[in-house]
Design a protein around this ligand. Sequence first.
Ligand code: PFF
Length: 469
Amino acid sequence: MSMRTSIHGQWSSRWIFILAATGSAVGLGNIWRFPYLTGENGGGAFVLVYLLCVIMMGIPIMMAEILLGRRGRKSPINTMETLAAEEGLNPNWRFLGWLGVLAGFIILSYYSVIAGWTIAFIFKTGMGDFVGANAEQTTTIFSELISSPGILLFWHSIFMFITIRVVSRGVSGGLERAVKFLMPALFVLLLVMVGYAMSTEKFLDGLKYLFIPDFNSLAEKNLFSDVFLPALGQAFFSLSIGMGAIMIYGSYLSKDSSITSNCFVIAIADTSVAILAGIAIFPIVFTYGLDPSDGPGLIFISLPIAFGQMPFGTFFGCLFFILLMFAAWTSSISLLEPAVTWLVESKKMSRIKASYIAGFIAWLLGVLTALSFNYWAFEFSFAGAIKQNGLFDIFDILTSNIMLPLGGVLVAIFTSWLMSRKSTVDELGLGDSIAYKIWRFTIRYIAPIGVLIIFLNTMGFFNIFSINN
Ligand code: PFF
C-alpha cells in the first residue's frame, strides 16, 4: 500500500476535497458553455448524449484520475512517470501529464477572457444598464463589449491576476471559504432564476427544448460531429477531467477517503448546476425571441433581459455575475495548479514564482483569444460546422473536443489495462465487489471504444452513421 504524501500539502478533510473538486467542476462550463452548446447542437438530443457521457465515461474516468493522483502524490507529469515506473511501464507515460498541462494552459487562457466578460457584467448589471432592456439592446451591449479589445484585456488581466494570487498561496487557503458559501449561494440564485423562467410565457417550450430530443431538428446535422463530439467534450470539460486538474486535487486526498462516493457527489452537483442553468435560460431565450444557437454570448444576452424585468433585478443580476465570477475563479485555479506543481517539483521554483510564470504564459495566450472576437476574428469550418470566433473556437475545440477526451482515454487505458489489478483494488477500496467490476468494465471497454467511435466518425471514417447522407 502506498503511504506517500504530497509535498504540496493535503486537504484537511474529505469535505474540503469535495468542495475543492466541485469548485473546479462547477464554473463557466456549466452556466456559460453548457447552454450555448445545447443551443448550437440540437437541444434535447445534445443533453441526452451529454448525460450518457457523464455517466458512462465521465464518472469512471474521474475515479481513475483521482486514483492515479492519490497514488502518485505529485504533479500529473511526475505522477504518471512515477506510477509507470512502479508498474514496470514506459516512463514516457509522463507525456500524458504534459498533454494535460498543455490543455490546462490553453483552456485557462480563454477561460480567463470569458471570466473577464463576467466581471464586466457585474458592473453593467450593477449600474442598471439593463433595466427594461429588450433583446436588441442586450445584444448591442454584449457586442460592444466583445468588440473592445482594451476592455477585454483589462478584465482578462485582472482575472488572471486573482487566479495567480490564489495558486501562489497554495490551493487550499481561501478556497474553503469561497466554495463553502459561494457555491450554495450560486445554486440558490439559479433557483431564483428558474423561478423567474417559470413566470415567462415560454417556460414549457424551454423545458421541451432541453429534455425532449427533437430528431427532426437534427436532420441537417451530422450526428457525430454536431452532437456526440461536442457533448463528449462538454462532459470532460465540465467535470474537469482529462487534463490532470482532478488528478492533482486527488493527490492531496487522504488515503482513507472513498473515491467512489466522492466522485458521485461531485458529478451530481456539477450536472445539477448545468441543468438548472439550462432551465433558467431557454425559456428566456424563447420568450424574447432570441436564437438558441447564438453562440458564446447566449447567457450574456438572455439573462440580462430577465434581470432588467424582474423585481430587484439589478441586485440579483449583480449578485449572479459576482457568484459566476467566483465559480470561474475556483475552476481557473485548478487549471493552473498542475503546471505550478510541476515547476515546484522539477524546477525547484518557489510556489510564488512558479505561479506567476505559468500564469503569465496563460495570460499571453489569452491575449490571442481577446483579439479573436474583434481584430483577429475569422470564420472557419470544423467537421462541417461554421465557427465564427477564430482562435477562440480553435482553442476551445482543440482542448475540449480533442485533448481532454484523448487524455481521459489514456488515463482509462493506463488504469484498467496496464496498471496491476491489485493496485487499483487497493486504491479504490471497493474490494473485488460488483461496483469495482462495473467500474473496471466501463473504463476498459466503454470509455475507449466510445471515444474512438466518436473520433473516427467525426473524421468521416464511417459516414454510414451520419444522419444527413
Ligand atoms: N470544469 C470547469 C467548468 O466547467 O467551468 C472548467 C475546467 C476546469 C475544465 C478545470 C478543465 C479543468 F481541468
